[in-house]
Design a protein around this ligand. Structure first.
Ligand code: KIV
Length: 270
C-alpha cells in the first residue's frame, strides 16, 4: 500500500490524532469497495470508514444488525486494496464485540490481520470502556461511536433519534478517551454539547449530525453523493445528484439498445 513516494501523505493513527492539536479538520467518508475507496482516496479524504451502514446502503437491509464480521472483512479487504493514503477504519458489526473484551480482541484482530486496515470502530462509550481498553492494550487502534448508535435501534425504537442526554454523552465520550480510544464519532447530538465535548477531549471528535464544531466530519457516501432513495435528514448536505444522473444514463442506454442507436458503426469491429 504505502511506498516511499507517498509516505508523506500516508495517514496514520498518530497523524490522525495530531490533526486536532494542529487545527486541521479531519475528513472521513464511508466506502465499501475498491472503486469508491480509490476515488475518495484520490480526492484526498483523511480516512475511509468501512461502515456497517453497508448493511443498509449496499445490502438492502433496514438496519445494520444483520451485517456479519465476515461481510465486514470482505468489504474492508476491497477498500484497503483501493486505498493508498487514507486511514482505513472498519466498523465492528453488531454482536462481534458486545459479548466480552476477549471476543472483541479476537474479532478486531481478524479485521486488522485479514484486511490490512489500520483501526476499528465500535459503538459505545462508558459501557464499552473495558473493551476499548483491552483493544488498545492489544495494540488495536479503536474509535468509539457515541450519541445515536444505530446498533441500539431495538432499544431506541428508531434510527434518527437525536440524543440529548448531556450527562450520558459527556460520560460516554470521556470514558472512551480514558479507555484509550484515539477518536470519537459523535452521531446525532445537539451541536452545543458536541462543541463542549470537543473542547474537553484531547482526541479528535468526528461528527455526523453534531454540528460544525467537531474536529472532523463523516458522512455516508451514498447520502452525500445523492445516491440514496429519499433519505434526507437535516444534517445532510448533498454534493452531487448521482441518482438522477445514473437513472438518466441507464434510461438513455436502454432506449439506444431498443431503438438500435447503440452500438453504432463506431462501436463495431469490421
Ligand atoms: O456505519 C457507518 O457508516 C457509521 C457512520 C454513519 C458514522 O457508523
Amino acid at each position: 500500500m504505502a511506498d516511499a513516494a507517498n509516505e508523506g501523505r500516508l495517514m496514520t493513527v498518530p497523524r490522525f490524532v495530531a490533526a486536532k492539536a494542529e487545527g486541521r479538520r479531519l475528513v472521513m467518508l464511508t466506502a465499501y469497495d475498491a472503486l469508491w475507496a480509490g476515488l475518495f482516496d484520490q480526492a484526498g479524504v483523511d480516512a475511509i470508514l468501512v461502515g456497517d451502514t453497508v448493511g443498509m446502503v449496499v445490502q438492502g437491509h433496514d438496519t445494520t444488525l444483520p451485517v456479519t464480521l465476515d461481510e465486514m472483512i470482505y468489504h474492508a479487504k476491497m477498500v484497503v486494496r483501493g486505498t493508498r493514503n487514507a486511514l482505513v477504519v472498519v466498523d465492528m458489526p453488531f454482536m462481534s464485540f458486545q459479548v466480552s473484551p476477549e471476543q472483541a480482541i479476537t474479532n478486531a484482530g481478524r479485521i486488522l490481520k485479514e484486511t490490512g486496515a489500520s483501526a476499528v470502530k465500535l459503538e459505545g462509550g462508558e459501557y464499552q470502556a473495558e473493551t476499548i481498553r483491552a483493544l488498545s492494550r492489544a495494540d488495536i487502534p479503536v474509535i468509539a461511536h457515541v450519541g445515536m448508535k444505530p446498533q441500539s435501534i431495538r432499544m431506541l425504537g428508531g434510527m434518527s433519534r437525536i440524543q440529548r442526554d448531556e450527562e450520558r454523552l459527556r460520560i460516554d465520550a470521556r470514558s472512551a478517551e480514558e479507555a484509550g480510544a484515539f477518536a470519537v464519532v459523535l452521531e446525532l447530538i445537539p451541536r452545543g454539547i458536541a462543541d463542549e465535548i470537543t473542547q474537553e477531549l484531547s482526541i479528535p471528535t468526528i461528527g455526523i449530525g453534531a454540528g460544525g464544531g467537531c474536529d472532523g466530519q463523516v458522512l455516508v457516501n451514498q447520502d452525500m453523493l445523492g445516491l440514496g432513495n429519499g433519505f434526507n435528514p437535516k444534517f445532510l448536505k448533498r454534493y452531487a445528484d448521482l441518482r438522477s444522473q445514473v437513472l438518466e444514463a441507464v434510461s438513455h442506454y436502454a432506449e439506444d439498445v431498443r431503438t438500435g442507436a447503440f452500438p453504432g458503426e463506431e462501436h463495431s469491429h469490421d
